[in-house]
Design a protein. Structure first.
Length: 139
């Protein structure tokens, strides 16, 4: 499709009379004759943006807490399975029991009362087994 127009644009690059000051009067701002001094600008803090980004990255997202809880729960269940296998054989590793006491201290979230009750029972059983070896970890 071809568009033809009869109007030609002429004089686009030529200056009109509006751009020229033929009257000899220059533009003067209304505030006075001398330009106002600009106050010196305060130095910009360039690291502020980077610090804010790093701080946001350090904050865990809503899914990160779930992932951590799942990892801790899985490692706790794996350790319990190892201790169960040791109990069935007749030998219990004191190191695994100590590790389990430490893991139980980390797992507590105090948000689910039923889960906390189960963890209390597990911790009691672990402390009984450690007491059999003469070990009494701090509560």
């Amino acid at each position: 499709m071809r568009i033809e127009t009869n109007n030609r644009t002429s004089g686009v690059g030529k200056g009109g009379s509006a751009g020229r000051s033929g009257s000899g009067v220059d533009f003067i701002p209304a505030g006075g004759e001398a330009p106002a001094r600009v106050a010196s600008a305060a130095p910009m803090a360039g690291m502020t943006g980077i610090d804010a980004i790093l701080a946001l990255q350090a904050v865990d997202g809503p899914l990160e807490g779930k992932k951590k809880s799942l990892r801790r729960g899985r490692s706790l269940l794996d350790t319990l399975d190892e201790i169960k296998a040791d109990l069935l054989v007749g030998r219990v590793s004191v190191g695994k029991l100590d590790a389990l006491v430490g893991m139980l201290a980390e797992v507590r979230e105090r948000s689910l009362p039923d889960l906390d009750a189960v963890l209390d029972d597990i911790e009691l059983r672990v402390r009984v087994e450690l007491a059999k070896f003469g070990r009494f970890p701090a509560a």
